[in-house]
Write a protein that binds this ligand. Structure first.
Ligand SMILES: Nc1ncnc2c1ncn2[C@@H]1O[C@H](COP(=O)(O)OP(=O)(O)OP(=O)(O)O)[C@@H](O)[C@H]1O
Ligand SMILES: [Mg+2]
Length: 326
């Protein structure tokens, strides 16, 4: 059977003339169930475009890109299916999957909103500061749910966070028409996910968001997701300035481009600071801190996403109490 026949047997009408997105391992098309009130879905089809991830050390046994991509796709969907059962709406739902077949490997997913985190970052000046903090808190809660199941996502970035269908932007007349986003962010793309404590054999993730700690730590840990969320927080709060200073880190036979920390206090001049700003800056700077070079130095990293959520919530409440929206 070809893909169209299989989709038809699943009562799905694909819309191949438009595309929801595409990544290193897949192409994602919209579709709808024939019954079920035409419920929208996303059809994620395995289509690897890259070579295998570099090994952490120099000995690098590459397998074919197709096999590697197929393995990543299978792992991605299987972990997502497991997490759907355990932590419900923190992740994009998997309705059906065809894996282990010669061709085609694909999954039918809950379709997310057209509102994207990239869009929110691009237009971040239109959103109130507390509402942006709330979005970071909600993403942190979804990641924390994954951590509680013993997994590290390892590829936290805006493209892997999708708002639920029906998410809306609301302008608040009491807050100078600044907007807030109404709708839950959910996680997707678990192709790089690993069990916490699993030995690091390959560098996984997306260079701009990877924690430099992947080069020095031996095992996957929650620090990696906290760092990546810190980069997103930085982008969202700094009006879309990506941490711009970069350094090249050499690892075995591969090079990574990693962001270095740019102090957030450049965004709000000290004269403008409220207590909430101070708390927020400290929190984001802690999220993007890395393992100290020597054991005599203090390790400033958060050891749990739960602490991140608590600090962000405290910063937001301080800002809300003082009526600060910027
Ligand atoms: N369920 C969905 N609803 C709407 N859009 C989606 C959905 N799933 C994926 N997309 C879109 O397709 C893009 C690629 O999807 P995804 O990240 O799952 O693929 P990938 O091949 O694993 O990507 P990557 O390059 O990050 O490894 C997403 O960034 C998003 O824009
Ligand atoms: Mg992705």
């Amino acid at each position: 059977m070809n893909l169209i026949d299989i989709l038809s047997a699943l009562q799905i009408e694909p819309e191949f003339n438009s595309q929801l997105g595409g990544g290193r391992f897949s192409i994602v098309f919209p579709g709808r169930y024939r019954g079920n009130n035409g419920k929208p879905v996303a059809i994620k089809i395995c289509a690897p475009k890259i070579n295998p991830a570099p090994h952490k050390n120099t000995t690098n046994k590459y397998c074919s890109s197709l096999k590697y991509g197929g393995d990543v796709f299978k792992r991605d969907i299987e972990i997502q299916e497991t997490l759907c059962l355990k932590i419900g709406d923190n992740v994009i739902q998997v309705y059906d999957s065809h894996l282990n077949r010669q061709f085609p490997n694909f999954a039918i997913l809950e379709r997310g909103s057209e509102l994207t985190l990239e869009g929110l970052i691009e237009n971040s000046q239109d959103f109130s500061l507390p509402s942006k903090i709330k979005v970071i808190e909600d993403i942190a809660s979804a990641i924390y749910a994954v951590h509680q199941q013993g997994y590290v996502h390892n590829d936290i970035k805006p493209g892997n966070i999708i708002f639920e269908m029906g998410a809306k932007i609301k302008a608040d007349t009491n807050k100078n028409l600044l907007c807030e986003i109404m709708g839950k962010p959910k996680l997707t793309d678990f192709g790089a996910a690993r069990l916490r404590g699993e030995r690091i054999r390959q560098i996984l993730g997306t260079p701009q968001y990877i924690s430099p700690d992947i080069l020095t730590e031996d095992r996957f840990d929650v620090y990696f997701d906290i760092y990546s969320l810190g980069v997103i927080a930085y982008e969202l709060l700094s009006f879309n300035q990506f941490p711009s200073r970069i350094k090249l880190a050499k690892s075995g036979n591969s090079c990574l481009i990693l962001p270095t920390n740019v102090p957030l206090n450049l965004i709000w001049p000290p004269s403008f600071y409220q207590k909430g700003h101070q708390k927020l800056i400290e929190s984001v700077n802690r999220m993007v801190s890395t393992k100290p070079a020597s054991s005599r130095q203090e390790d400033k990293r958060y050891s749990s996403m739960r602490e991140v959520i608590k600090d962000l919530q405290e910063a937001r409440e301080l800002l809300e109490k003082s009526g600060t929206y910027y």
